[in-house]
Design a binder for this molecule. Structure first.
Ligand code: HEM
Length: 417
């Protein structure tokens, strides 16, 4: 590498304009600690350094896109912003920091068009609105049971009692995964979110083994579940190989076991801070859909990485083939050029173009399921729960990283008889 300058001893490549270098560590940015809030930390970053594209030398060095307009261009331009880490091996996922060539394959997330489309199609079918709509009654029953279990208590740690078991149970049932292993699986998810490649390798190894066993079982004896259906799907005129099934399962594991959990915790924490909003929604349930869209906008979760596939000029930056790029989707949703007063939680806002599910070829396949689960949950919540409040004795705890996470959310309320 041709070194020109450094921040705290960290190298900056010569092609990076020094004016675009920012001291930003996605796994522990100082602005998060200053504001005490992951999303406010990202907003503060935009206020301090501007919105566009910048380079950080942390975590091996990578670009960060934090403007709504640039994000919209970048996510469509897969010829420059590739999801595929060819430097590791064909199809491998881009990771920040790099796993030194041990990156796993996530189908279809770590593939580029046109190959990406071949593997995305079966998932589009499996997660189509009409298919997920059939899951509504089962989701409602689960939500009711979980809410009924906590309502008389007057206090609960919301993550472990509701936000985790509800979407994870729905997903594991859909996949045909053994429900008794839920805690083990969630523990692997925490390791996957680590900035230490060794922790991630540990998680991927375990997930590979567990999902591999399930794939073999379903190959031998198909059941009424998603793994069995994917085994019979058409991927370019044939069925998926064992390795391709592993790549599907790895992605589905990460998509199904984490993102929606965070949407529930961020959203419920926000409404817990707004008692008048809770009363307004209880009186008018038609506000649940705008509530969900504002939760999704204000609290986007994922910051997916990309790898520069060819040299390019983009947003005033000179990109070199092989550079890593982080798409700070939550920051794009907090860009004042796209959303007025973006930090304010306002269910009456009209702008709808949030980037929470991304946009372009990799737009989230699970968005219909995510919205359905959120709607059913909040319908049941407002039906059965009085106003809830953050527990003043125990503030929530967070985990920064490529997926913004609340780790603990104690809530209190008047016990329901
Ligand atoms: C609120 C909840 C969710 C959020 C915020 C979310 C967010 C995202 C984002 C940002 C992407 C794009 C990744 C990229 O560009 O590389 C994505 C892709 C994906 N999501 Fe979700 N997701 C959620 C729920 C789910 C659920 C419940 C599932 C399924 C169980 C799911 C399945 C997928 C799949 C399969 C992809 C890959 C699509 C592709 O590469 O073509 N997601 N999601």
């Amino acid at each position: 590498m041709n070194i020109e300058t450094t921040i705290e001893g960290m190298p900056i490549p010569a092609h990076v304009d020094p004016r675009l270098v920012v001291d930003y560590d996605v796994y522990g940015d100082r602005r998060f600690f200053e504001t005490g809030d992951l999303h406010e930390g990202l907003y503060k970053l935009g206020e301090e350094v501007g919105r566009g594209i910048f380079w950080t030398p942390h975590n091996g060095g990578h670009w960060v896109i934090n403007s709504h307009a640039l994000m919209f261009d970048a996510v469509r331009n897969y010829e420059v912003f590739s999801s595929n880490n060819k430097a590791a091996r064909h199809g491998a996922m881009v990771m920040i920091p790099s796993m030194g060539g041990d990156e796993p394959i996530f189908a279809p997330q770590s593939l580029d068009p046109p190959e990406h489309g071949t593997f995305r199609k079966p998932l589009m079918k499996a997660f189509a609105p009409a298919v997920v709509a059939r899951m509504e009654a089962g989701i409602r029953e689960l939500a009711r049971d979980m809410i009924a279990a906590i309502a008389p208590l007057g206090k609960a740690e919301f993550l472990s009692m509701v936000a985790e078991p509800l979407p994870v149970t729905v997903f594991m049932k859909m996949m045909g995964m053994p429900l008794e292993r839920i805690h083990e699986f969630r523990d692997w998810m925490s390791n996957m979110a680590s900035d230490d490649p060794a922790n991630r390798a540990f998680a991927f190894g375990n997930i590979d083994k567990a999902m591999g066993e399930l794939i073999r079982e379903r190959q031998a004896k198909p059941q009424d579940d998603l793994i069995s259906r994917l085994l019979a799907e058409d991927v370019g005129g044939r069925t998926p190989t064992y390795d391709e099934m592993q790549a599907y399962c790895l992605l589905l594991f990460t998509a199904g076991l984490d993102t929606l959990v965070n949407a529930f915790t961020f959203g419920t924490y926000q409404i817990a801070k707004m008692p008048e909003l809770q009363e307004r929604i209880r009186a008018d349930r038609s506000l649940i859909n705008p509530l969900i869209e504002e939760i999704l906008r204000r609290f986007a979760i994922a910051m997916p990485p990309r790898r520069v596939a060819k040299d390019a000029e983009f947003g005033g930056a000179t990109l070199k083939q092989g550079d890593l790029v982080m798409l700070a989707l939550p920051a794009a949703n907090l860009d004042p050029t796209a959303f007025d007063d973006p930090l304010t939680f306002n269910i009456d806002r009209e702008e709808q173009t949030h980037m929470t599910f991304n946009s372009g070829p990799h737009r989230c396949v699970g968005s219909h399921l995510a919205r359905l689960e959120m709607r059913v949950f909040f319908e049941e919540w407002f039906e059965r729960m009085p106003n809830v409040y953050p527990d003043p004795a125990e503030p929530p705890t967070y985990r920064p990283g490529l997926n913004l996470t609340i780790c603990k959310l104690p809530l209190i309320w008047e016990p329901v008889a």
